[in-house]
Design a protein around this ligand. Structure first.
Ligand SMILES: Nc1nc2c(c(=O)[nH]1)N[C@H]1C(S)=C(S)[C@@H](COP(=O)(O)O)O[C@H]1N2
Ligand SMILES: [Mo]
Length: 552
């Protein structure tokens, strides 16, 4: 009998907790979809990501199938976490509410005992404050583009609504399911029991672990999962899984990358879907007067067109996280000057709609080639490349080119960004590199190989790219004997100081056998490409691209 009653209490608490969470999950999904408010299933993994060091990060990649797999895992564990939390809090609440000390409490509020109410209220406040502290660095995120100052307030308010409505629903549903009477009204006393032994009607009918109301609640909240699922599914359709990490590579590489093929890297599961009307760019920190710009305000500054190559720090030698485009925007310098930065400015810290942050030196920020861009190859920036405005910093890895930028703070110290916190850097300047993209190559266990076999005494044209950040490319040489002898290559697309150069070379092998083709570049300052090889961690890859060729 007692066991059965305890079971009833636990089950009722469990259902109340899960049902309340089902409602909150719908609120969260709707808030993310329509208002761009980041729910905990997204913001917690995002926060945790910057606490991981690079090696852990990569070993997790290996374990969960790359960045996309890891993101999926983060979201799924978040959903599991929410469910578990709902269930656990529901059961604990029920046990507190039905505990003898609680049932003896004469004060009843919102239809529950004071200790039970306190448990819920304190939990809500503690979780709210705890989350605000833990998530502080990502609270300024808003996927519709609201700048951080207001985004932070909106997110804080949303958190209070989620956790608060969970608490209220939990109490309300439990009370309804357990069939409590109005506070203080004594329940009918069963025959043969002394009146003061049962001051309240038992919460759960003895002998029936689940009441009919509990069943109704379970079914109704189960039905709530459906719209939540629909929202999640429609977000999954434009999730980044399909394009995160797509390279621009292959034999057909053009001097200017077609926008649709521009490489892409994002930390997000679903990239910001910025509403131009909501979007704003704030300038603050160490400035005489902070400023805020709407999209059209930015267009008041002098417009600049600039061809610039972007490359991810994770771009291995010979890989394609690497593209070149014509960008249009305004000088960051002009925008910053309007706010009058103060003495002692060391860096600028940039924040974006997705909570991403990164910094560059104040000097680099005021370089005339550092731009806030809104067009790529003559079209507005696509969503995945930072619509409506992103930063373009020539000469630094892609990481620094903050997409969906919403705020710039002038700071007097070395501020660390998303990836720098993981241990990348501290220098984000690509070293000079060159690689071969045509004929097609394949990366296997022992390095790169040309897919196609060559024939003795037949001329092949070898093509490649060379890049040196913002130092430009002066010349490229190539070798068919793994660096023993070098011949000059032809630069058929020189680009500018801020872009890659494309080169080609003719090779007529005279005898059969295997060869190793490689190249080396000299940058615009006259410095040669370093031969010493190292991997992408922690400051980007370096070394020669060596490709095996078989001549038959
Ligand atoms: N807001 C924001 N900006 C970001 C990122 C991000 O995840 N969020 N990723 C960075 C990284 S790692 C790279 S390599 C470039 C890629 O830009 P692209 O996708 O337009 O090629 O954007 C950078 N800017
Ligand atoms: Mo990157």
């Amino acid at each position: 009998m007692r066991v059965q009653r305890l079971l009833g209490v636990i089950l009722t608490g469990l259902i109340a907790g899960l049902a309340a969470m089902a409602f909150v999950a719908l609120l969260m999904a709707a808030g993310r979809y329509w208002l761009g408010i980041s729910p905990p299933v997204e913001s917690i993994p995002d926060r945790v990501a910057r606490l991981l060091d690079i090696r852990t990060f990569f070993s997790l990649f290996g374990k969960y199938g790359g960045y996309s797999g890891l993101k999926r895992f983060g979201i799924i564990s978040g959903l599991r976490g929410l469910t578990t939390a709902g269930a656990a809090v529901g059961v604990i609440y029920a046990l507190v509410a039905e505990a003898p000390f609680s049932r003896r409490s004469r004060r009843r509020m919102l239809g529950t005992s004071l200790p039970a109410l306190l448990f819920v209220a304190v939990s809500v406040v503690v979780v709210w404050i705890g989350m605000a502290i833990f998530l502080w660095p990502v609270l300024g995120a808003n996927y519709r583009g609201l700048p951080p100052t207001s985004a932070r307030l909106v997110t804080m308010a949303a958190m209070l609504v989620w956790y608060g409505s969970f608490g209220v629903l939990l109490i309300g549903l439990y009370r309804w399911m357990a069939g409590f009477r109005r506070q203080g009204v004594p329940a009918p006393v069963p025959a043969g029991v002394e009146p003061n032994e049962t001051p309240m009607r038992p919460a759960v009918a003895v002998g029936t672990p689940i009441t009919r109301r509990a069943a109704i609640t379970a079914v109704a909240s189960g039905a709530l999962v459906f719209p939540t699922y629909r929202i999640i599914k429609s977000m999954e359709r434009d999730a980044t899984f399909t394009y995160d990490g797509t390279p621009y590579s292959g034999e057909g590489i053009q001097p200017i990358t077609p926008t649709a093929q521009f490489y892409s890297v994002t930390k997000n599961v679903v990239d910001p879907d910025v509403d131009k009307g909501v979007w704003g760019l704030e300038v603050g920190g160490l400035v005489a007067h902070g400023k805020s710009y709407g999209f059209d305000d930015l267009k008041q500054f002098q417009q600049v067109d600039q061809e610039t190559t972007l490359m991810c720090i994770s771009n291995r030698i010979g890989a394609g996280l690497f593209s070149n485009a014509n960008w249009r925007g305004v000088r960051l310098k002009d925008v910053l000057e309007e706010s009058s930065p103060k003495e002692g400015a060391v860096e600028i810290l940039m924040s974006a709609a997705d909570g991403y942050q990164d910094s560059i030196s104040f000097e680099k920020a005021t370089d005339p080639t550092t731009l806030l861009v809104y067009e790529i190859n003559g079209e507005p920036l696509p969503r995945k490349h930072g619509y409506p405005v992103r930063l373009l910093v020539p000469g630094m890895y892609g990481e620094k080119n903050v997409k969906w930028i919403t705020r710039i703070d002038v700071v007097d110290h070395d501020a660390k960004g998303f990836y720098e916190q993981q241990g990348w850097g501290p220098h984000f300047v690509p070293s000079t590199r060159s690689d071969i993209f045509s004929p097609r190559t394949r990366l296997g266990g022992n390095g790169f190989t040309f897919i196609r076999q060559f024939k003795a005494n037949q001329t092949v044209e070898i093509k490649g790219r060379a890049f040196a950040g913002d130092r430009g490319i002066r010349s490229v040489e190539f070798s068919t004997d793994n660096g023993g002898n070098w011949r000059p290559a032809t630069i058929y697309y020189p680009g500018t100081r801020l872009t890659w150069a494309l080169w080609s070379a003719s090779w007529t092998p005279t005898s059969t056998g295997t060869y190793v083709i490689t190249s080396r570049a000299v940058d615009g300052t006259g410095a040669p490409q370093p031969e010493q090889a190292h991997g992408i961690v922690p400051q980007g890859a370096q070394g020669y691209h060596r490709v095996k060729a078989t001549v038959a």
